[in-house]
Design a protein around this ligand. Sequence first.
Ligand code: Q0Z
Length: 306
Amino acid sequence: MAPDGTRTSPRYGVRHVTGAAVTVRFFPGVPVELVHSGKVRELYADGDDIVMVASDRVSVYDVVLPTPIPGKGVVLTQLSLWWFGQLTDVIANHVISGSDVPAQWAGRAIRCRRLRMLPVECIARGYLAGLGLAAYNETGTICDVRLPPGLGEGSRLPEPVFTPTTKAAAGHDEPMTRADLAALVGARVAAELERVTLEVYRRGAALAAARGILIADTKLEFGLAPDGALVLADEVLTSDSSRFWPASQWQPNRPQRSLDKQFLRDWSAGLDWDRKPPGPVIPSDVVAATRARYQELYTRLTDRNA
Ligand code: Q0Z
């Protein structure tokens, strides 16, 4: 604690001081406490802020592979920051800083406002794939929206649709109806989530389409600020939250080629692997090709060098 008793910023020093209590919460090299570890990212608490850190880990068929893709964490973090910046007129976001982060995570961490997260994944779909395709094939609908008959894998939808799902602590996320969503977050917030999710998707998809990239779908997460305002959180329009397809290769009624992971999928499909953990070690040529695809995605979307 400083001699005058003021609170020290809990950034990268040694102590976190609140009033008279001194909480030593740092250990060398990792100045913040881990609060959540995901498949490819970690979430840390730093005082009142949270720091989201993207690793270079990659998953195929939902299995994290033992070999990292160097640069993936930086590219996806920079892409997410860029999208947040493109979307500020649509919705406020949780970003405090992409640079005020511990040095060992430079480029792949974002300091964020800690929000009260809404327990829902807000998905917008412009094309049929994944769980949206499965729901359509079973019922002709997705989240109580009836779709025209005759659509197939990869089909473009007449209009983008909002398909929220529950965030299951364990197991698979379940589709929700609009009534489910309203019961969970209230009618006003539910309507706002739908409007903003579709607007983010439309803006992203239009921008990407002008650069030869189709965004099939995207998953957003939102939180509430202390004043009740809805805030866009987590990551935005990255390849870990969205399906990116090269427009030049799009053809309905078949699985689409993924802009970034196709090398990994093609390579792993040729292995004698049951798609269960542990995943196979990735050979260096496949690492290099995958890395180049992530960089190409970033450069094509943002016009910046990766
Ligand atoms: C994000 C997640 C990750 C694992 C919680 N601004 C925020 N305030 C409070 N909580 C979150 C956020 Cl973004 C929050 N997640 C998702 C991110 C690793 C899980 F990096 N969970």
